[in-house]
Design a protein around this ligand. Structure first.
Ligand code: ZN
Ligand code: FE
Length: 760
């Protein structure tokens, strides 16, 4: 008889809410081992007893074939004392120390559940809340850790016999599936009309059919999803789409669409292999890809279309019932407000917009927008990190103390570092919006309490801007240490943090809209040299320009144009609307005029010279318009006829002078725009090449410009210079908090020598 040995095993990573305990249970049975498994604060804990070879075989299988949605970060096995167990059991969760388990992001409905959803013989036929241990909501229903039903928004629904049997059967796909439910015991969906006199509310299948009929008739329906409400309408019906724009006060910003399936998506956009993989990936993000067709009501002045695939069972039900194959799916709110996620809030904010509301009874624990991603020139990149990604770890930052980094005021997201794991929150939004500021505070509260952060130990990092709401809030927090991190250094550090490259010396290029500089002026065209450990020295920057009119300047390209052109002699005569002359006057009198090195504003100035003289209705619009214009030109033709405009040592004067001159001579607008884009790329490249860099880091909002990235890729590839860009967090301000956390970790003198990571 073989001797009984015992092992204590701890598994860290995304291991809760992904069917891990049932998997361990089944595996223990296969190897005839006794003991127990439970969800600990620190991951999954396992105690095993049995013969040595069986213990080893168990550990091999644990590593080799974990559940599909699990992400194992670490398996730690140690010897233990046998306690004489005679069977294997799943124990209830333990809660003693501070948790460091990773919270699973929300998962799209799986194939097995989809098959049941469409099977008339299945008790969950057409049930929109179907899920199992491999799929369904997670972060969006989680109220506190550990991940157990009593800590989710499903706690008010008691399991009936059918669900309870599956929940407690270790051989079942729904064994300990926390949000499990069926039509008999779980929440349901109902449709109500904005105009109470219109029609009677409907439920179940009737609610789905009624919704489909409304959509086909060109109506707008508010639909409750996983992380919030969408406003849906038929994307092929331009009257409906334009009505949606009008009612939502969203003049020109592109809408995202949901395509019924991959084949339908292929009719809308050109999908590279990377783009297709993104579209099908488990976060099911909105993927920006080159549009094949022109949809002026959906994406005006745009070469790209944002497309996503269904991810909630409800979406599949709508399409199966005959909903239009392409639906506009935009967040339910008015213009700049954040997406509505509570029923009352949705009814209020979509009143006057939606003709009807398809409301699900399961509460949403927190607001989660759809994520946005693109398969870009330098690889796939997340441009808005939210549902499906949050709150997973985006990097490992070697810090023994917890760090809270609060990000910047635009496109806010926060990062919490616990035990070296950097959890990046969902996209929160612009903190000038009251509701966003509220969710900013709530998210800090959420994550720090879930992870039971010790405030005595906490290091708080924030932007160097003294007036940012995020900075002010950071200073109010009770953390023991604060660090102000300069905006553009944080952008560069976000890329290096993703790669764990703490000592690597790089040239960091941050081309951006707005950020508070060391000298108190508005930066945004900065080149740094250094590393995260040793810090970044500013070695070059855009020639400073004037920016008349303060905050409004970011909305009026004409004001930027006045500020930049005021520095240039011998300008040709260009016709501009009145605002230009007024702004020029401000610059001359040096009244309400600020100094800036922002490349974002340089693009605005170029847009104004090219004819974009109205107000912008959303951030980045003018730069997108220039990119769109340039896409209309043939680069081969330009390359053979005219060089890119000169941009020596980031001096914009020759660049804009050439642009203004061509414009006054009536040269083709597309060619002018292309020569401008090529000039910016060339100027950036030349500075980097002059500093003999072997690795260049690009981050900042300007690097969402795909055309610019394409030009840069060919220049840097040609010179054999490596380029690192963001992948897991956005190059815009949504990635700032990760960079702040990385820099703060090194400020605070933790000993890093021992934990240095290999460079990616
Ligand atoms: Zn499933
Ligand atoms: Fe920025």
């Amino acid at each position: 008889m073989t001797a009984t040995r015992a092992r204590g095993v701890r598994v860290r990573g995304v291991v809760q809410g992904v069917g891990f305990r049932p998997f361990v249970f089944r595996l223990a049975r296969v190897h005839a081992l006794a003991g127990w498994v439970l969800n600990g604060e620190d991951g999954v804990e396992i105690h095993l007893e049995g013969p040595e070879p069986a213990l080893d075989a168990f550990l091999m299988d644990l590593k080799a074939q974990p559940p599909a949605a699990a992400r194992i970060a670490e398996i730690e096995a140690r010897g233990a004392e046998p306690a004489g167990f005679c069977d294997f059991s799943i124990r209830s969760s333990r809660r003693d120390g501070a948790p460091t388990v990773r919270i699973s992001p929300d998962l799209p409905v799986c194939d097995a559940c989809l098959a049941e959803l469409c099977d008339p013989a299945n008790p969950r036929f057409h049930y929109p809340y179907i899920n199992c241990t491999e799929c369904g909501p997670r972060y969006s229903v989680l109220l506190s850790l550990p991940y157990d039903r009593r800590n989710t928004t499903m706690r008010d629904w008691a399991l009936d016999e059918y669900c309870a049997r599956q929940y407690s059967d270790a051989a079942d796909r729904r064994f300990h599936a926390q949000p499990v439910a069926c039509p008999a015991c779980g929440p349901g969906y109902f449709l109500e009309f904005a105009d109470a006199s219109a029609l009677k509310p409907s439920t179940g299948d009737a609610a789905i059919t009624d919704t489909v009929n409304l959509l086909r008739a060109g109506k707008i329906v508010a639909v409750k999803g996983i992380g919030g409400y969408h406003l849906a309408c038929d994307a092929d019906n331009s009257v409906a789409a334009l009505a949606l724009r009008e009612r939502k006060f969203r003049k020109e910003k592109p809408f995202a669409v949901m395509a019924r399936d991959l084949a339908t998506a292929r009719t809308l956009v050109d999908l590279s292999a990377d783009a297709e993989a993104l579209l099908l990936s488990s976060p099911r993000p909105i993927v920006l890809a080159p549009a094949k067709i022109s949809l002026p009501a959906i994406a005006p002045d745009c070469d790209e279309l944002g497309v996503m695939l269904p991810y909630a069972p409800l979406h599949y039900l709508l399409f199966a019932a005959g909903a239009p194959a392409v639906l506009v799916m935009t967040s339910a709110n008015r213009s700049s407000e954040p997406i509505a996620y509570e029923d009352g809030e949705a009814r209020r904010s979509a009143a006057g917009i939606a003709d009807a509301f398809l409301i699900g009874e399961r509460p949403i624990a927190r607001r989660l927008d759809d994520s946005v991603a693109r398969a870009g020139a330098f690889g796939p990149v997340v441009l808005r990190r939210s549902r499906g990604y949050a709150p997973s770890a985006a990097a490992n930052i070697p810090s023994s103390r917890p760090i809270l980094a609060v990000g910047a005021d635009l496109k806010n997201a926060i990062t919490l570092v616990v035990n070296g794991q950097a959890f990046v929150s969902q996209h929160i939004g612009d903190l000038d919006e009251y509701a966003c500021l509220e969710s900013f505070r709530q998210t800090i509260e959420d994550l720090t309490s879930m992870y039971q952060v010790d405030w005595e130990q906490l290091i708080v990092a924030h932007d160097a801007h003294p007036q940012y709401r995020s900075s002010l809030h950071a200073r109010e927090l009770a953390g023991s240490r604060h660090h102000a991190v300069q905006h553009h250094r944080a952008h560069i550090a976000s890329v290096l943090a993703e790669r764990g490259a703490w000592t690597k010396r790089v040239l960091g290029v941050s081309f951006d809209g707005t950020g508070y500089g060391d000298d108190g002026s508005i930066w945004g065209g900065e080149i740094f040299s250094g590393s995260v450990r040793d810090g970044f020295a500013r070695i070059a920057h855009l020639r400073p320009a004037a920016l008349p009119g303060g905050d409004a300047a970011a909305r009026y390209p004409l004001q930027a144009a006045a500020g930049f052109l005021a520095q240039i002699d011998d300008l040709p005569d260009l016709e501009f609307p009145e605002r230009f002359a007024q702004s020029l006057e401000l610059v001359r009198r040096n009244f309400r005029t600020f100094r800036t090195t922002s490349v974002g504003r340089l693009f605005d100035a170029a847009a104004a010279i090219l004819g974009f003289t109205r107000a912008m209705t959303f951030e980045g619009q003018a730069a997108m318009w220039v990119e769109h214009l340039a896409r209309g030109a043939s680069f081969e033709r330009i390359a053979s006829r005219a060089a890119p405009y000169p941009f020596p040592a980031l001096d914009y004067r020759p660049l804009l002078h050439a642009l203004a001159l061509d414009r006054s001579r009536g040269r083709d607008l597309a060619e002018c725009a292309a020569a401008f884009e090529m000039g910016v790329a060339r100027g950036l490249f030349d500075v980097c090449a002059a500093h003999a860099a072997d690795t260049v880091v690009l981050s900042g909002g300007v690097f969402q410009n795909e055309l610019l990235l394409e030009r840069l890729k060919s220049l840097f590839d040609g010179a054999g210079i490596a380029v690192w860009t963001n992948r897991a967090v956005p190059p815009n301000d949504g990635g700032i908090s990760l960079g702040q956390a990385a820099i703060a970790a090194f400020f605070s003198c933790d000993a890093f020598a021992a934990s240095e990571q290999p460079h990616a």
